[in-house]
Design a protein around this ligand. Structure first.
Ligand code: SF4
Length: 155
């Protein structure tokens, strides 16, 4: 059965920057898990960061994407490493679909925070989503999970 890449925090794993999770309760998701269809990653941990960690947001400097923490540390390298790890997992498992947490600087797929640490969101996508989409992988979030379920049912 086709596998799906999923943000680790959706499964209740305490991998968020603040030590929390983003548990997503859904009957189809539960079945995918039981059927061993989920390939789990937290790109930020895969990139070498720890939990807890300082919150980070994407800053666009010209055409260059930089990720910095609230204290000004440049964590771009770790974010890119995590994105590459996610892509490698997708390639290993022939994954075409990912379900990633909206608005995260790694996993966001239609919105991210604006880089000012002011709780304001803007249109955009996270570093991992960017890499996956550039490689033909469709990325969905908790907000359009049903669309993913429909696509997988039809495919
Ligand atoms: Fe969840 Fe992605 Fe953030 Fe990891 S990087 S805590 S998987 S949203």
């Amino acid at each position: 059965m086709e596998k799906i890449l999923i943000s680790s925090c959706f499964l209740g794993n305490k991998v968020r920057y603040d030590g929390g999770d983003n548990l997503l309760v859904n009957t189809t998701l539960k079945r995918w898990k039981e059927d061993n269809r989920l390939v789990v990653i937290c790109p930020e941990l895969a990139g070498g960061l720890n939990t807890p960690r300082a919150p980070a947001e994407i800053q666009a400097i010209g055409n260059t994407i930089v990720v910095t923490t609230i204290t000004g540390q440049d964590v771009t390298y770790a974010f890119k490493q995590g994105a590459n790890q996610a892509l490698l997992l997708c390639q290993k498992h022939n994954i075409r679909y990912a379900l990633l947490k909206e608005s995260s600087p790694s996993c966001g797929s239609s919105s991210i925070y604006n880089g000012q640490f002011s709780q304001q969101k803007i249109a955009g996508q996270g570093v991992t989503t960017d890499v996956l989409r550039a490689n033909g992988i469709k990325v969905f979030s908790e907000n359009n999970l049903q669309k993913l379920i429909d696509e997988l049912t039809l495919s």
